[in-house]
Design a protein around this ligand. Structure first.
Ligand SMILES: [Zn+2]
Length: 161
């Protein structure tokens, strides 16, 4: 059995206008009608429970929310920067290793005396006295320069993307 005023009461409850916006005549009806009375009682019980739950929930300060958002934003920005730098470092390392291996292979084919080469790596080889030592230093400088330039090129290319 439905009450013909139930819809009206439900509408007021849904909009949160009960009992302020209801007329005196409707309030008298709800007090007398079991169906509408139950509807109002259940709805107000739910509303009260929700209000107490909202009050007991710890409200986060707006400053804290803002600070957390800033930290999250900064972390994602750092991750975006770190990725290309990491890639450039790997590329530079790969180029250095490849050039080093290539240098060893070429020098061995040309009949490079490794004992003499080891002597050339001593500190006195840095002084431009022995031709072999100077050649080694220049080659090492060239390999380093190429590796650094390769890393810079890869970094710039990734940044433009
Ligand atoms: Zn009713």
């Amino acid at each position: 059995m439905r009450c013909e005023r139930e819809h009206e009461v439900k509408d007021l409850l849904g909009r949160g206008h009960w009992p302020q916006a209801s007329g005196e005549e409707l309030r008298v009806h709800v007090a007398g009608c079991g169906k509408c009375g139950d509807l109002v009682m259940v709805s107000q019980a739910f509303r009260g429970a929700r209000a107490t739950a909202m009050q007991s929930a710890p409200a986060m300060a707006p400053g804290l929310i803002w600070w957390r958002a800033q930290v999250r934003r900064r972390q994602s920005a750092l991750e975006q920067i770190a990725r290309p730098v990491w890639g450039a470092q790997i590329f530079a390392l790969a180029v250095t290793v490849l050039l080093g291996v290539g240098l060893v292979v070429v020098e061995t084919r040309r009949g490079f005396d490794w004992q003499k080469g080891a002597q050339a790596l001593h500190l006195e080889a840095l002084l431009p006295m022995g031709g072999d030592g100077l050649e080694m230093v220049l080659l090492a400088a060239c390999v380093g320069l190429v590796a650094v330039l390769g890393g810079v090129v890869v970094y710039l290319g990734m940044e433009r993307r």
